[in-house]
Structures are given as structure tokens and as C-alpha cells.
Write a protein that binds this ligand. Sequence first.
Ligand code: COA
Length: 205
Amino acid sequence: MTTEDAQPHTAGMALRFPLRSGRLLVRPFEETDAMAAHALYGDAEVMRYVGDGSAATPEQSAQMVEDYRRHQREHGFAFWAVIDRGTGELIGDAGLEVTRHGTEIGYTLARPWWGQGLATEAARLCVDAAFGALGLTRLVALVDAENPASARVLGKLGFHPDIDTDTEADLEAGRAGRREGTVIAYGRPHLRYVLVRPARVRPRS
Ligand SMILES: CC(C)(COP(=O)(O)OP(=O)(O)OC[C@H]1O[C@@H](n2cnc3c(N)ncnc32)[C@H](O)[C@@H]1OP(=O)(O)O)[C@@H](O)C(=O)NCCC(=O)NCCS
């Protein structure tokens, strides 16, 4: 891991919400989203490869929303609410979180919205925000080795597997970035993916 990975703050500007794509709006979570968020985080099938792999209680879902709101205040970005533009319904989350692995991208959709390219569409908004207005230069993603759909989303966004990954013991001992292999997160093996901001094309002289 580079020093840059550990930097919690962005060098860029504040984002203007909502972020927009063809089918989606992406905006910071609000307190009133807790119930809609629980429809997502309370579903065991959705949560199988997220966090500790178990469905959240209503209180835990509300706490997750609160944690995202605090992260937004502290860093200017966070996991955000993904809204279906057609219906205004909250259908998932997507966003960025500062962890000891770097600035991580993540996304979670409710089951009815799987298989339509929406996670990729939401995550692309996050990547564009990260490398654009937020001024970040490197994103990481941790994917459960049993979750190929998520790995495919990352592949479509241009992420590539990072062979120089760290064990929990490495991170705790401050020896980040010195070993190859999978990362153990939440007690399970995860593959680490990386995306570096493309170099700007220089204008011809
Ligand atoms: C993983 C998840 C975000 C994918 O959302 P989605 O909107 O269905 O994703 P997209 O449609 O944008 O892309 C999925 C890709 O994976 C592919 N895919 C789906 N299941 C797959 C499988 N079992 N093996 C390989 N590829 C698979 C799809 O074909 C698609 O690729 P394609 O566009 O080349 O056909 C969604 O299933 C989800 O929310 N799961 C629960 C939460 C989660 O696991 N989040 C990720 C944590 S790291």
C-alpha cells in the first residue's frame, strides 16, 4: 500500500449531488432512508458477500445509514443512495469508503434490480466522481472470491486484480503491500482489485 492509499481526504472539490446517469440518481443518504435501506440490508441473499455476510437488523441498517452520513461529513464522499430515476425508489447503495486498504469502492443493489447493468452504471458514476471532482488517483475494491458478478462489475470498470495484497497480520504490523495473495476481510478471503486514474492526455504542442 502506498502512502497515498492512506490519505483520507480528497484533493478536489465538493461534489454536486445528485450524480446522474441514464437510469440512476446517486445522492448522500438521509436519515429518512433508514427504512428503505433496511429492505436492502435486511435481505440475507443480498448481504451474503457484504460485510460479515449476514442480514442486518433494522437497528443495524439505521446505524449503517448513520455511519455513511458521518463519513460523508468527514471526507466529502461515502456510500451513497442509488435511486431509480423512473420511480424515485431507493434501490441500493454505491460509493467510496476510506479503509485501511485504501479508498474502497462498493455497491449493493436490491434483488429485483440485479442483472440489468445497474451496478456497473452506479459504480461508474462513483469512479467518475472519484477521479474527477474528488481528485482521487487510486481506488481499491475487495471482492469475496465467491462473488464473480461483483468481480465482473469491476472488470467492466477497468479494475484489475492486485497481486501485491496484504494479510490482516501485515496490515496490523504496518507491513502493507509486501505480500502476494488474498486479503482476509470479515474473516473470509477477498480478492483486491485496483484502478488507477488514467493519465491525462497531454495537448499536442
Ligand atoms: C454484485 C451485484 C452488485 C451486481 O449487480 P448487477 O446490477 O447485476 O451488475 P451488472 O448487471 O452491472 O453486471 C454484472 C455482470 O456480472 C455477470 N455475472 C452475473 N452473475 C455472474 C456469475 N455467477 N458469474 C460470472 N459473471 C456473472 C453479468 O453477466 C454481468 O456481466 P456482463 O454485463 O458482462 O453480462 C449485485 O448482484 C448485488 O447487489 N449483489 C449483492 C451485493 C454484493 O455482492 N455487492 C458487491 C460486494 S463486493
